[in-house]
Design a protein around this ligand. Structure first.
Ligand SMILES: NC(=O)c1ccc[n+]([C@@H]2O[C@H](COP(=O)([O-])OP(=O)(O)OC[C@H]3O[C@@H](n4cnc5c(N)ncnc54)[C@H](OP(=O)(O)O)[C@@H]3O)[C@@H](O)[C@H]2O)c1
Length: 303
């Protein structure tokens, strides 16, 4: 970006949203607008403008976008709890699909570059790791909603990028939900046993790396679909063992189980994972592996 660009983030209180704000607020070539539900939960409130925005409220979406007239919108807002989506389909559709329609329609007026976050769960997990051109086949409602949102973005906008990612982990201010690393570490440290699936494979993604990927997409005005995840695919059980190894935790607290035995409302795909060659080549995306990601996280926790 050579001129000052206006970038608007939705869901800026979320894990990814916060990392993008903390990264971009440093830049002199960006006029940054962070938007989220209710109050700003970031501790550092300098270097950007915060606007409260419920993305499911059409009038508010139009008002905020008409006021800001952004060059770029990064849409991280979503209902991300997969089982909650299965149990409250109406709410899920409103946030994950209807709101995307409002945002992308509003963005068109200003020819804003619309950068939308999606998920590995659009795939059925039969033949991962996946490339961008593989055929989606969602297994649950959250996945259906995200695939529907992808379709809206690609059919409505002619200036868009869809960024699919997998298990985001990291730590940030006043978090509304946990993630694999914090959950497994926290539970074992409390002396609890945890049941961890041994038949689901994922490429976990450090939130800072994903934020950099999103920003690179904005800087390069990249178009189309990109897979942005960590570089390695492991079973979730292997990942939790890695967390336990790193923090020297009692591994006997980790009980391997199959997905089926958990009986979760939303059926998870078994083997996803991404091939990220396109993002490496076109975006210079260079994510840390899981061990380096945990190490990076530990430094933040000790600060
Ligand atoms: N987390 C993962 O492992 C993962 C994996 C694959 C894809 N993704 C995708 O990546 C994106 C970012 O995920 P994330 O981990 O940063 O999720 P997150 O921490 O749950 O953040 C999502 C944010 O959206 C906000 N939100 C919910 N409803 C809203 C509304 N009506 N208006 C405005 N904001 C609203 C939430 O607000 P509150 O905090 O107030 O609830 C939350 O802060 C999402 O699109 C998600 O689908 C995530």
């Amino acid at each position: 970006m050579s001129k000052v660009e206006k970038i608007l983030i939705t869901g800026s209180n979320g894990l990814l949203g916060q990392k993008i704000v903390y990264n971009l607020k440093q830049r002199e070539d960006v006029d940054l607008y962070a938007t989220a539900l209710g109050e700003n939960r970031l501790i550092d409130k300098t270097g950007y403008t915060y606007l409260s925005l419920d993305v499911t409220d059409l009038q508010s979406v139009n008002r905020v976008i008409d006021d800001v007239k952004p060059d770029v919108i990064i849409n991280t807002a979503a209902m991300t709890n997969v089982d909650a989506c299965e149990l409250n389909k109406e709410k899920c559709w409103k946030i994950n699909v209807d709101a995307v329609k409002y945002l992308v329609n509003a963005s068109i007026k200003y020819d804003a570059h619309f950068i939308h976050l999606s998920t590995d769960f659009v795939f059925d997990g039969e033949s991962g790791p996946y490339v961008e051109t593989d055929e989606p086949n969602p297994l649950h409602y959250y996945a259906e909603s995200k695939l529907a949102s992808e379709k809206i973005v690609s059919e409505t906008s002619s200036n868009y990028a869809i960024l699919r990612t997998i298990i985001i982990y990291g730590i940030t201010d006043n978090m509304s939900r946990s993630n694999l690393v914090l959950w497994s570490k926290g539970e074992i440290e409390k002396g609890n046993t945890i049941r961890v699936v041994n038949d689901q494979y994922r490429s976990p993604t450090l939130a800072e790396d994903l934020a950099e990927g999103c920003i690179s997409v904005a800087d390069k005005n990249a178009q189309g679909i990109y897979h942005l995840s960590g570089p390695e695919t492991n079973s979730i059980l292997e990942l939790v063992y890695k967390v336990a190894d790193y923090y020297n935790l009692d591994k006997s607290k980790i009980i391997p189980v199959t997905s089926e035995s958990l009986n979760q409302p939303a059926k998870r795909p078994l083997k996803t994972g991404f091939i990220i060659e396109k993002a490496k080549k076109e975006l210079n995306f260079n994510p840390r592996n899981f061990e380096k990601g945990i190490k990076f996280l530990e430094k933040q926790m000790n600060n």
